[in-house]
Design a binder for this molecule. Structure first.
Ligand code: FRU
Length: 479
């Protein structure tokens, strides 16, 4: 939603109790609140931030402007979880309240060090002429969730980058702390800077160089880069804005992509043996995916189910955006798989054989099997007039098509109303998680993923098998 700058950058303390009550009340009017996904209490949610393990629990923050569905003065909102399925908000925020983050506590990461959580983020600072000075800054959060910001700037804008320099990700590789930061060159192409903590002190960083990951730089900016390790293979997750469609076919306004690599040359700032660039997700919205290597050996990731510069049907209720389920990353036959963490099955309640269903709660999981050599079509969010979200699994021609054109309130139609990807012409499975206005589809246990919003009309809550010998199970989900 377009709001004037004066509204979006109004200091937090200037919002009156009455104004906040009005916003709160407006959010409650929405027919589309989800039940087992993280959504903002109010306002806009965008990137996942600071995903980490701290003090025996998982920590996950999200970017938020709390006063409406717009990108304004951003803060981080803190949530915690023991099982990566049930998250609760602690009412702790990282606020934009110092001279180093005066125009927003922008995205970043976190790492537990000596009983404290180190938060590494971008302080968005603008001067009176609205010229930006992006500062990479830090804070410590203690076990009581008390946040103490560091006074000194940790990394300043380098000479070979424009003001688009942000989203530091800290990671530990073989005992040494590194960080990568998304950047734009003066020639307007995207790149990633690699830094190293001097003497392993995360309050002191030195530049190693520009990360070589075999890109051709057709994008104009790289946001939210993350380097994670899956079975010791480096996997780079990133958002190359403006990427040339000749380099990678994608439909969303900005893509979220990845490369699987073979090795990490730290001194040479090089990811060796980087694969071709690939779409991380084939759905209508998944962005700013943040991953980290958890202490138990799993590589975990979570995405923003939303996109920059897109208006959503929930905007009129003063909120926008959600986070995806937490996904575990793995590599099979050289391919990256993403699948919800095992604990997600704890949500399964009553189950029945998959069949047409005139009414559901729109809060369920489907585990489906599509036979080989057949074109099957299933409608979710279906009404009795033939509308709904159409999923075609075509194991004859080897493709999957998700068509949203007849599912609920339409938006962002300028980017098309269907999404597709290719698959093998074999028997194919799909696990589908529906949560009122979210659908996350995992093909072949995470080989391909479609993450999307759908904003159904009240009557759109059925399931219709249009064609194909589709079998499987319907699970009611209880949070
Ligand atoms: C990505 C992004 C980040 C930035 C944040 C601001 O969605 O633009 O690059 O840090 O959002 O909210």
């Amino acid at each position: 939603m377009d709001l004037p700058k004066e509204v979006r950058y109004r200091p937090y303390e200037d919002w009156s109790t009455e104004e906040l009550a009005k916003i709160n009340n407006n959010v409650k009017q929405s027919p589309w609140r989800t039940s087992y996904h993280i959504e903002p209490k109010t306002g806009l949610l965008n990137d996942p931030n600071g995903f980490s393990y701290f003090n025996g629990k998982y920590t996950l923050f999200y970017q938020n402007w709390p006063f409406g569905a717009a990108h304004g003065l951003k803060q981080w909102v803190h949530t915690e979880s023991e099982d990566l399925v049930h998250f609760h908000e602690t009412n702790v925020e990282l606020r934009p309240d110092t001279k180093n983050d005066s125009h927003g506590a922008y995205s970043g990461s976190a790492y537990e060090i000596d009983d404290k959580l180190f938060l590494f983020y971008t302080g968005n600072v603008r001067d009176e002429n609205w010229v930006r000075d992006p500062l990479q800054i830090g804070a410590w959060m203690d076990k009581d969730h008390k946040i103490t910001k560091m006074d000194d700037v940790l990394i300043r804008q380098p000479e070979d980058a424009t003001e688009h320099f942000r989203d530091p990700q800290i990671f530990n590789y073989k005992g040494q702390f590194y960080a990568i930061v998304g950047a734009q060159s003066p020639e307007k192409s995207g790149f990633i800077k690699l830094y190293k903590a001097v003497d392993n002190n995360v309050e002191n960083w030195e530049e190693v160089g520009n990360l070589d990951f075999g890109g051709i730089g057709s994008e104009y900016m790289i946001e939210c880069p993350n380097l994670v390790f899956v079975d010791d293979k480096p996997v780079l997750l990133y958002c190359p804005q403006g990427l040339d469609k000749a380099e990678l076919d994608y439909r969303n306004i900005y893509p979220n992509t990845y490369k699987v690599c073979q090795a990490f040359d730290t001194d040479g700032a090089k990811l060796i043996g980087a694969s071709e660039i690939q779409n991380l997700d084939y759905g209508f919205e998944a962005y700013a995916t943040q991953g980290f290597n958890a202490p138990d050996g799993r590589t975990l990731a979570v995405s923003w189910i939303g996109l920059p510069d897109v208006d959503y049907p929930t905007d009129k209720y003063d909120y926008q955006g959600a986070l995806s389920l937490v996904k575990e990353l793995s590599i099979k036959d050289g391919k990256l798989y993403q699948y919800p963490v095992e604990a997600i099955s704890s949500l399964r309640a009553d189950s029945e054989a998959f069949a047409n269903k005139s009414e559901t709660t729109n809060t369920y999981e489907l585990e489906l099997n599509f036979p080989a050599n057949q074109k099957s079509e299933v409608l979710l969010f279906a009404d009795d007039k033939g509308n709904g979200l159409s999923l075609t699994v075509d194991t004859k021609d080897g493709k999957i098509i998700l068509d949203r054109s007849k599912a609920g309130v339409q938006y962002a139609t300028e980017f098309g109303t269907s999404r597709e990807c290719s698959i093998d012409t074999k028997e194919t499975s799909a696990n589908i998680f529906v949560d009122n206005s979210i659908v996350e589809i995992f093909i072949n246990k995470g080989e391909k993923v479609f993450t999307s919003r759908v904003f159904p009309e009240a009557s759109q809550n059925g399931i219709v098998i249009k064609s194909g010998d589709v079998t499987g199970t319907y699970f009611d989900l209880k949070y």
